[in-house]
Design a protein around this ligand. Structure first.
Ligand code: BGC
Length: 451
């Protein structure tokens, strides 16, 4: 006998299941919200931020510095653009922004100056202390920021539970310039700031062409696209939707709980339903309820979820021929089991799981992931709808991020949702992993700024 009641579990899974009609409605309101955001008429949860950069030709060349700031890892790269979509990484340095028990530059209590001084140290490592050659730097800054030019961006509001003091409302390249100066680095010139989605789009457009939409599906989530309609006096440019903030979303009670207990309640509602930063928490919350501990959040991460889904324990359960019952049961009951999912679940809940419980938990985890992928697919469909007849064009949607790259079920469910919502036109679109796009895109932006 397991400890999870299957009826209760299926009813929870139901709460995480979204049918076609709900998604079609969401895609429609996403499209309307884009129009509202672009026309500045009234309040819109899609910010449609201007990037002041268009698409690259693929022939940009030269050596540039790329600073990639947006997740828990900070990276600085020296990249040589060779043109014709080719490039070489000459140097890469990376450091976490938070090390448990040692330092934390991104939590409440940390300050802008210390954070940017740390960034300057990494830039220094990337240029190997060189104080003579001139380096143009492209800066991927992956938070909602307002821009009046490509050169700088003002942070509107932290997301992804970042909370460093003194950065909101400030121009980030200005903070970077001050920190570089403070370290005596005068030969590094920050010339462009872009969102990571913009970086992914630039990178994919540089390498493959036929790409007009760029997205990040990782710790956070967001999408940008190339808007051919320009405002008076401006050139057509990429718009950062800040789609994680889209708020006409089919939230369930777990989403509402999670939002209410987050750093910024009421903000980033779509992101809180889909991104890697939150999926583990949703699972931990729902599983706690199933195990009679409502209101508790078992500390699962999205990496745990992907391990649980990938595990084949319940396939073994279904397929009697492959099941060596004695061995399997023993493994499930011991945290050191080679069945990873059982080990993860019992470790995080401190409860003993039977094989059928693991199978149930796995279905719950899968439901949360599939919902996430379907919501992202619906948002892509909204953007393609906005692009009108251009959606008929064969094209890629470039996506980067750990969830897209590593989480089982994600790719196929985005694609299936596009097909479900767009019909045959969905077959013209494929999603493409643009690995490392944040760094390459920053270098391309620096090249385009200096042209
Ligand atoms: C930020 C976006 C960013 C996304 C992915 C979101 O939390 O608001 O600017 O593109 O995360 O990193």
């Amino acid at each position: 006998m397991g400890i999870i009641d299957p009826t209760a579990c299926y009813s929870l899974i139901e709460e995480f299941t979204l049918g076609r009609d709900v998604l079609a409605e969401m895609a429609e309101s996403f499209r309307d919200e884009m129009t509202r955001g672009l026309s500045h008429s009234g309040r819109a949860s899609l910010r449609m931020l201007k990037s002041y950069i268009g698409l690259p030709t693929g022939n940009e060349t030269g050596e540039y510095l790329a600073l990639d700031f947006g997740g828990t890892n900070l990276r600085v790269l020296r990249i040589l653009l060779e043109g014709q979509g080719k490039y070489k990484i000459l140097k890469k340095v990376a450091r976490p922004l938070r090390v448990e028990g040692e330092y934390n530059y991104i939590g409440a209590g940390s300050e802008a100056e210390t954070l940017f001084d740390f960034i300057a140290v990494l830039v220094d490592e990337a240029i190997e202390g060189n104080r003579t050659d001139r380096f143009f730097l492209g800066h991927t800054f992956s938070f909602p920021s307002s821009q009046t030019s490509l050169r700088d961006a003002t942070l509107i509001s932290w997301t992804k539970e970042f909370a460093t003091g003194g950065v909101e409302g400030r121009a980030v390249n200005e903070l970077l310039r001050l920190a570089l100066e403070h370290r005596g680095i005068k030969n590094v010139l920050p010339v462009a700031v872009i969102n990571d989605t913009v970086a992914v789009l630039l990178s994919a457009a540089y390498r493959h062409g036929d790409t007009f939409i760029g997205s990040i599906y990782a710790t956070g989530h967001n999408t940008c696209y190339f808007e051919p309609e320009a405002e008076a006096g401006e050139a057509p440019m990429i718009r950062n939707l800040e789609s994680g903030n889209f708020d006409i979303v089919p939230q369930n009670r777990f989403d509402m709980w999670l939002d209410a207990h987050s750093e910024k309640p009421g903000e980033q509602l779509l992101e809180k339903m889909v991104a890697g930063r939150y999926m583990g928490e949703l699972f931990g919350l729902a599983l706690a309820e199933l195990l009679g501990e409502k209101g508790k959040v078992y500390p699962f991460t999205s990496v745990d979820i992907s391990e649980i889904i990938r595990d084949e324990t319940d396939d073994l359960l279904r397929d009697g021929k492959n099941l060596n019952t004695k061995m399997t049961q023993a493994c499930v009951r011991q945290p050191q089991s080679h069945f990873k999912s059982a080990a993860i679940i019992s470790n995080k809940t401190q409860k003993e799981f039977a094989l059928e419980d693991v199978a149930m938990a796995r279905e719950l985890a899968a439901a949360i992931v599939v919902r996430s992928a379907r919501l992202v697919g619906a948002s892509f469909s909204g953007i393609l709808g906005h692009m009108g007849k251009n959606k008929e064009t064969r094209q890629h949607i470039a996506v980067d991020g750990s969830v897209y790259e590593k989480m089982p079920l994600v790719k196929e469910h985005i694609q299936a949702t596009l097909r479900e919502l767009l019909g045959a036109a969905g077959d013209n679109i494929d999603t493409l992993l643009e690995n490392g796009g944040s760094g390459l895109g920053a270098a391309i932006a620096a090249a385009m700024a200096e042209k």
